[in-house]
Write a protein that binds this ligand. Structure first.
Ligand code: AMP
Ligand code: ZN
Length: 137
């Protein structure tokens, strides 16, 4: 399904041009217009899924294999020093385009991408309780 109001549906399906570095029947991978670092690209499915929770399981199993293939290829081409793979779900998590996408972000010594979080703290009791809550049974 496509969403006629969704910019990534239009880009993924070629209605809006993009600098595409990979395409197959399921995905388009194109360069981010506001790159966190040189070569920042987005893996975008051609069908509309708002986020990871909605993403089709078959595509989900393909997307990380594709991420690995592209990370290897981009690292060789760009000679970057490291690589982040990111995926945001919901505004509070930083999602701004509500069509599932995986960020491929090459990293360079001294770059200004600034992808990090402030480490918090948790007591052993809290961790044990959370472990009980979250254990998949
Ligand atoms: P997120 O914040 O995880 O939803 O990521 C959205 C990403 O899409 C941001 O990194 C934007 O720079 C990028 N973006 C938004 N519009 C476009 C566009 N038309 N072409 C390429 N990248 C875009
Ligand atoms: Zn869409």
């Amino acid at each position: 399904m496509k969403d006629s109001n969704c910019i990534f549906c239009k880009i993924a399906n070629g209605e809006i041009p993009s600098v595409t570095i990979y395409e197959d029947e399921d995905f388009r991978v194109f360069l981010d217009l506001g790159p966190a670092a040189k070569g920042h690209a987005l893996i975008v499915p051609k069908e509309h899924y708002a986020n990871l929770y909605e993403l089709d399981d078959g595509l989900c199993s393909k997307v990380f294999l594709l991420a690995k293939k592209l990370a290897v290829h981009m690292t060789e081409a760009l000679h970057c020093d490291g690589f982040n793979i990111m995926q945001n779900n919901g505004p509070v998590a930083g999602q701004t385009v509500f069509h599932f996408h995986l960020h491929l972000i090459p990293r360079y010594e001294g770059d200004t991408a600034g992808i990090q979080w402030n480490p918090g703290s948790a007591s052993q009791e809290e961790l044990t309780q959370l472990g009980e809550l979250l254990r998949v049974r």
